[in-house]
Ligand binder design. Structure first.
Ligand code: UTP
Length: 278
């Protein structure tokens, strides 16, 4: 049902400087795999096969990562290391990868709008690769959970999680009516509120399913917080004129846009995934 996924990856990743001076944040490896590849694998598990990236200057490594490296494959053929390239080669063989550029950093809403020609006229997913999500053992991934919900509700859906009160200022925060356990119909949304202005402790994380009318709404959305076009503002409008759901996902999220979250993700993957040979 959801066939396409957009990755806005134009940000500068300033929190990781100097590591991100010449290398995209999304290529930083969690153990031995770039962050963005985990995101693509999560989307592929949800049935998605067409990937669009909104890139910017200095992001060439992402395009190269999702392209065949004949030289490298030739070099390691017969060395016993071929299996290290299997996961990425499988993704390249079974999916399409398209790229466009956001020329100016005008915010996440603007980045998503920049990807409109890659996403077309159907509902699509958005992944912010620096929010790294892992399912519970044996469970499906976050985006696959959301794709299931989309089949039932056919409207935009955002993933949420409970955050400590003193962290609401880092997220879009929602208020909503409970539809069932862990599923809310959004009634209000505030971008990066101070704790005293936060409508709840339910914060939006980097997983979205968006219906394509969002592009026209973004076009008519004035720059908001920090002078950026905020996806939160556009989604609030969509919620007020129709329906947007917020879904408390199963699984665990690491904020790999921050050093602490990145180190925690690295330890988690090393102990629970890499050592088990997965
Ligand atoms: P962030 O503000 O968290 O990421 O944007 P950043 O700018 O890369 O990192 P810092 O804060 O400087 O360390 C959230 C996501 O939105 C994308 C970013 O690439 C990131 O995935 N984004 C944000 C864009 O693609 N374009 C924008 O104009 C803004």
């Amino acid at each position: 049902m959801i066939r396409k996924c957009l990755f806005p990856v134009a940000g500068y990743g300033t929190r990781f400087l100097p590591a991100t001076k010449a290398m995209p944040k999304e290529i930083l490896p969690v153990v031995n795999k770039p962050l963005v590849q985990y995101g693509v694998e999560e989307a592929a598990e949800a049935g998605i096969s067409e990937f669009g990236f909104v890139t910017g200057r200095g992001k060439r490594a992402i395009e190269d990562h999702f392209d065949i490296s004949y030289e490298l494959e030739h070099q390691i053929a017969g060395s016993g290391k071929e299996n290290l390239l299997t996961s990425i080669r499988d993704l390249i063989d079974h999916n399409t990868f398209s790229f466009t550029r956001q020329n100016e950093m005008k915010g996440l809403g603007h980045a998503i709008w920049t990807g409109r020609n890659l996403m077309g006229d159907n509902a699509f997913a958005v992944i912010l690769a620096d929010d790294f999500c892992v399912p519970e053992p044996g469970d499906i991934g976050v985006l696959a959970q959301m794709a299931e919900l989309y089949k039932q509700f056919r409207c935009s859906i955002v993933a949420i999680e409970e955050v400590p009160e003193d962290e609401t200022h880092k997220y879009g925060v929602i208020a909503g009516e409970t539809l069932k356990d862990g599923l809310y119909r959004i009634t209000d949304m505030v971008e990066k509120p101070a704790p005293e202005n936060a409508p709840s402790n339910l914060a939006i994380i980097g997983r979205y399913i968006l219906t394509p009318d969002i592009f026209e709404i973004i076009e008519n959305t004035e720059p908001g917080k920090n002078g950026e076009v905020q996806i939160t503002d556009a989604l609030l409008q969509q919620a007020q004129s129709g329906m947007v759901l917020a879904y408390k996902f199963r699984g665990r999220r690491f904020d790999c846009g921050s050093i602490d979250g990145f180190v925690q993700a690295t330890n988690y993957v090393y102990e629970n995934i890499y050592k088990n040979g997965e």
